[in-house]
Design a protein around this ligand. Sequence first.
Ligand SMILES: [Zn+2]
Length: 267
Amino acid sequence: MRERILPWEAVGVGSLVLVNGEHPCRTLPSRRELAAVGPKNSGVMLERRAALLLEELMAKLRGWEGIAPVSGWRSLQEQRDTWEEAMVKEGPEFTWKFVARPGHSEHHTGLAIDLGERREKIDPICPAFPDQGICGRFRRLAARYGFILRYPAGKEAVTGIAHEPWHFRYVGTPHALIMEERGLVLEEYIQLLRRHPYGERPLVWKGCGLAVEISFLPAVPGDRAQLLQREDWPWAVSGNNADGFIITRWNGTAIRERVMGKERAAG
Ligand SMILES: [Zn+2]
């Protein structure tokens, strides 16, 4: 067993952080944690891992031929400018509906991206992202690469945001797949995981030849959380940006069996 101490501040870090009207973004990524996405000089950046997975997905679909990156990581100042510009141009009703308050935008995390169907004029705030063609194919494949449609129709009361077919959020796998299978938005998924305390009753997910255990480790402001982990199982930790950590561990026995099975098949 290996011990790991998680400081309270780490609750705001990781690919599963919940950023919404209630939970502001606490930890902004540094410039070197960001990477450019899309065709050259797009100026759109994402956190490195999210950028890598998005590029893989786009390469698979030749997606950049029909989809444009509209907005990725945003600084606090950029969000202030977007907010003020929307207020002036579109008015308060539109702004409150479609633009997050500065500090409360998922775009600050570097894990969210707005994508738009390529056309002569792309709306910078509400880009078109239809369900057909290349956009539809992107949406159907996104979860396999760790991306979710963050503000779906019918969940406005939970997310507090109107349906935004263009806004995608990286949460990683298998989380994106579980959320898609169960029809959950991030608020609901974080809530579900609270019912799976670490060390007691993990949520078990099986798919892609893997078995994964996901659980929740609560944290207290100002305090530290202690994690004991089997060294032979790969695992990952993400804060939920509210009250604890989400621990994801891949069942090492299942992985070993799978690798050995492959080796047997190859040999
Ligand atoms: Zn967005």
